[in-house]
Design a protein around this ligand. Structure first.
Ligand code: 13P
Length: 344
């Protein structure tokens, strides 16, 4: 594998491929397993993830990289092969979540700051040795009708993202920079235009901090939210409006030196996440690759079909392949609703 940051970043956003976010913390995967009545044990977590990583068709054709959690990057498949080697054998790049989670931001009720910078250089060195060639750090920004987000929340998170990204590049690891403006904030006035304003403010601040921290833009990948109405706003937006406003926000803030943008799904339905991505790629001429780095929107169907049972492995893999294929098509703008129906 090439070791230049630019080459790794380009591979992560290769044509028609995207990133599988399988880096749920032990607490988050518990919530997912609770939903299907599966016990949250180390071997169940291993079996579930091994099922996806061994889905040859999906992994080889539609998945460029996989974000892992600390436990998973050290885990072995049932036959003793390190899971990292299973991923590499499929031609995908292994990556690692390195943030230590979002904690309460002091003095700012209802806002969060992502922690994990202390000791990060040493952890990155170790993860590089374990095979990781990219990393992820997620910051969360909440919209409220009570002054949220605050400037301090946006600035502190942007600063932390930039310090993380600079450390990654020093250790020859491509940083995924993920500032997520949440869809599920409490504000009833959080419509699509409010999401647009807060996202532009956030991204402009993040790129300013990345510049100050001397982060090489050609050796990173941005993972933003799409511009969508808040879930509690009672409003909806068409696929075209989401595509138009998301592209407008990105063009206003993301320099063309960034090779690729890989969206999070953030609670959108599987079909919405796919339709939005496809519309953006079909409707616009863009300076960056635009693809997916989905967790829920890639995994929900597979998780349900598997249900924790060995006899359902094939069904789980087939559901995962369908979602990966639809999103792979969306990454080139070729997804159509009728293809979705054929797969169902
Ligand atoms: P979702 O696609 O489920 O939002 O997860 C992506 C992710 O990695 C969040 O950090």
């Amino acid at each position: 594998m090439s070791e230049r940051l630019e080459d790794i970043a380009i591979k992560m956003v290769a044509e028609g491929k995207g990133i599988l976010a399988a880096d749920e913390s032990t607490g988050t995967i518990k919530k997912r397993f609770d939903g299907i009545g599966v016990e949250n044990t180390e071997s169940n977590r291993r079996d579930y993830r091994e099922m996806m990583f061994r889905t040859g068709d999906a992994m080889k054709n539609y998945v460029s990289g996989v974000i892992l959690f600390d436990e998973t990057i050290r885990q072995k498949a049932k036959d003793g092969t390190p899971l990292v080697d299973v991923i590499k054998a499929a031609g995908a790049v292994p990556g690692i979540k390195v943030d230590a989670g979002a904690q309460d931001l002091p003095g700012h009720p209802g806002e969060k700051i992502t922690e994990g910078l202390d000791g990060l250089r040493g952890r990155l060195k170790e993860y590089h040795g374990l095979g990781a060639r990219f990393a992820k750090w997620r910051a969360v920004i909440t919209i409220g009708d009570d002054g949220r987000p605050s400037w301090n929340c946006i600035h502190a998170n942007a600063h932390a993202l930039a310090r993380y990204a600079a450390l990654c590049q020093e250790q020859m690891i491509v940083p995924i920079v993920e500032p997520e403006v949440l869809m599920d904030g409490p504000d009833a006035k959080h419509d699509i235009d409010r999401c647009y304003d807060v996202t532009v403010w956030t991204l402009a601040t993040v790129f300013h901090e990345l510049h100050v921290a001397k982060v090489a833009l050609d050796g990173m990948v941005l993972k933003p939210n799409m511009i969508v109405p808040g879930q509690k706003s009672g409003t909806t937006a068409s696929v075209e409006e989401v595509a138009e406003k998301t592209i407008k926000a990105l063009k206003a803030t993301v320099p063309p030196a960034v090779p690729g943008i890989a969206f999070l799904s953030g609670g959108q339905s599987d079909e919405e996440a796919t339709a939005h991505l496809s519309a953006m790629n079909a409707m616009y001429d863009l300076p960056w690759k635009l693809t997916f780095s989905y967790g829920r929107a890639l995994q929900a169907a597979a998780l349900k079909a598997w249900g924790g049972k060995t006899e359902n492995l094939k069904a789980g893999q087939s559901a995962f392949t369908d979602r990966a294929r639809m999103n792979g098509l969306a990454a080139t703008g070729a997804w159509k609703r009728d293809l979705e129906k054929q797969a169902a």
